[in-house]
Unconditional design. Structure first.
Length: 88
C-alpha cells in the first residue's frame, strides 16, 4: 500500500479498529476515511453504497461491531453452567 492511499477503517473508535488505525498511523499512512455510526449506519445498505460511491477507498478494514452483544446474550439465555453445576 502506498502511504497516501485512501483507507476506510470501519469501527475506528472501538478496541480493534482504534488499534488498526494507530498501527497504520505509526507506519506513516495519513489518508483515512473515518465515519462514526452516526455518520454512516453500516446496516443501511443504501447509505453504504452511497458512501463507497462517493469516497471510493482503496482499502477497507472492517472492525465495526455492536457493543454489548455478548453481555446481552448472556442475560437472556441460560447457560449450561446454571442448569448443570451442583444439581443432581
Amino acid at each position: 500500500m502506498d502511504r497516501d492511499t485512501k483507507i476506510y477503517v470501519a469501527g475506528h473508535r472501538g478496541l480493534v479498529g482504534s488499534a488498526i488505525l494507530r498501527n497504520l498511523q505509526t507506519r506513516g499512512y495519513t489518508n483515512f476515511v473515518l465515519r462514526t455510526h452516526a455518520g454512516l449506519d453500516l446496516e443501511n445498505q443504501a447509505a453504504v453504497r452511497a458512501f463507497f460511491a462517493a469516497e471510493r477507498p482503496e482499502y477497507v478494514f472492517l472492525a465495526a461491531a455492536k457493543v454489548g452483544r455478548i453481555h446481552a446474550t448472556m442475560r437472556t439465555r441460560p447457560t449450561s453452567s446454571t442448569t448443570t453445576c451442583g444439581s443432581r
